[in-house]
Every structure is written in structure tokens, then in C-alpha cells.
Design a protein around this ligand. Structure first.
Ligand code: ADE
Length: 246
């Protein structure tokens, strides 16, 4: 996959690409990322990329011209242009799954108070929001999208890191996990995980995944395709949790 990121702060993006799994994904050619400072495309003689809004109001808006010209310099076959914006489609694992099949993503990082609406209307295929809060700029949002999509690409994660068992791929939150030592200052690992009984461990994990989801994200259970065993485990969880409340 090719990803072009249009930003006024390329260093923020480069810093993230240099480390860990993003670095590996680029190294093996699973993804090619180009970071483009669209200030370089402005025709304004002072290098400006923003201006006051027509009709008045506070703040500055990104102008269409530098973004238009930066996009024009990129190949346009089979590309999908995304604008990061708090007004966009909420970004979820499902959206990441859909984007991973794209050949070429262009992510425009919004900034300042906003962007001339003609960018959204004429140049962008989809606006994406990473949550109901307002960031100072779109760089973090672009990195969130890039990271979530990259880890879904073939060969980026090894088997142990695999996303098949993750929260949200399974549509339940992850079960709690523990590593050495067994006892840290009296904080103990649950006995069942040390039992060596794989059936028991699997049942424990499923039940605890259901418990966490029930307690923290009950909305995820609304459309969950329960097996009979899972339904029985959930009934146990509900009973246990209602007992704890009393
Ligand atoms: N830019 C500012 N806030 C944002 C958000 N929540 N999501 C995406 N882009 C943004």
C-alpha cells in the first residue's frame, strides 16, 4: 500500500515512522509512506497556507490552493483521499479493515481552526474523526489511522502479534494477561493460568473477556454472535457481578 501524508509538520510523522512496527512495515515494503509538506506548494509569496474566513469569525482556515496543488502532484489512479477532521466518520476497527484494501491512501492533516470547505467538497473522498474531542492538528489522527491500517497488512505482524485474537477483531475486549513473576509483592497471577489445563484456561479466558466486555463495553455485546457456551458463561458473569454489587 502507498500512503501519502500531507502535513505542515512532517517531523511529527517522521518521528513515528522511525520506530517499532511502522519501521518494520516500511522495511519489508508492506507500506510505502511519503510525507509531503504542502506549504511547499503554496503560491503565496510569504509562504502562507491559511487565511481569514469569508464572513468573518475567529481563526484562520487552510486555503485550498496549496492542498490542491500538492494533490495534483500525486498519481490519482485508485487513490482515496482522506481528511482528518472532528466532523468526520468515526474511526473504528471496521473502518481500518476497509481501508487496508486500498491501493493508495492520501491523508490530509487538517489544522488551525479548519479547512476551506471546498477541500472537503471537491478534493476529499472521506473525512475521518478519531474521536469526539478536538486536537490541535490532524497529525495524531493521521498516525492513528496509519498505525491501525498498517498492522492489518500482510506480513507486518508475526503470528504471536497477530490481530486475529485482538479485541475488536473478536468483537470482545481482550481477556487479562499476565507474565512473570507469578507473585509480585503479593499480587498474584490467577491459579488457573498456572494449571497447565488448556481447556480450563480457554474457558477462563473466554469468561474474563466476556466479563470485561460486559462491565466496560456492554454495547459490544448487543450484536455479538454468542455460542451456547458463551451465553452460559455470560450468565455466570452476570450472576457473579450482581452478587458483587450487593
Ligand atoms: N483534528 C482535530 N481533531 C480531530 C479528531 N478528533 N479527529 C480527526 N482529526 C482531528
Amino acid at each position: 500500500m502507498r500512503v501519502d501524508i500531507l502535513t505542515l509538520f512532517p517531523e511529527i510523522i517522521h518521528a513515528y515512522l522511525k520506530e517499532s512496527i511502522m519501521k518494520r512495515a516500511i522495511g519489508i515494503g508492506a507500506i510505502e509512506v511519503n510525507v509531503i509538506n504542502f506549504r511547499e506548494y503554496t503560491t503565496n509569496k510569504h509562504g502562507r497556507v491559511d487565511d481569514y474566513p469569508y464572513g468573518g469569525g475567529p481563526g484562520l482556515l487552510l486555503m485550498i490552493q496549496p492542498i490542491y496543488d500538492a494533490l495534483n502532484a500525486l498519481p490519482d489512479k485508485n487513490r482515496k483521499v482522506i481528511l482528518t477532521s472532528p466532523a468526520g466518520t468515526p474511526f473504528t476497527q471496521k473502518v481500518a479493515q476497509r481501508l487496508k484494501d486500498e491501493e493508495h491512501l492520501v491523508i490530509i492533516c487538517g489544522h488551525y481552526e479548519g479547512v476551506d470547505h471546498r477541500v472537503t467538497e471537491y478534493l476529499v473522498d472521506e473525512e475521518i474523526s478519531i474521536g469526539d474531542y478536538v486536537l490541535t492538528g490532524g497529525e495524531l489522527a493521521a498516525l492513528v489511522i496509519l498505525d491501525a491500517v498498517t498492522r492489518l497488512l500482510p506480513n507486518v505482524l508475526n503470528k504471536e502479534e497477530s490481530h486475529q485474537t485482538d479485541s475488536f477483531s473478536m468483537r470482545l475486549l481482550e481477556y487479562p494477561q499476565y507474565t512473570r513473576p507469578r507473585d509480585f509483592k503479593g499480587m498474584k497471577v490467577p491459579d488457573v493460568l498456572l494449571s497447565g489445563d488448556h481447556g480450563k484456561i480457554a474457558r477462563y479466558r473466554k469468561k474474563e473477556a466476556l466479563r470485561r466486555t460486559y462491565l466496560k463495553r456492554p454495547d459490544l455485546l448487543e450484536n455479538y454472535p454468542f455460542t451456547e457456551e458463551e451465553l452460559a458463561l455470560l450468565q455466570e458473569v452476570i450472576k457473579e457481578e450482581s452478587k458483587d454489587e450487593k
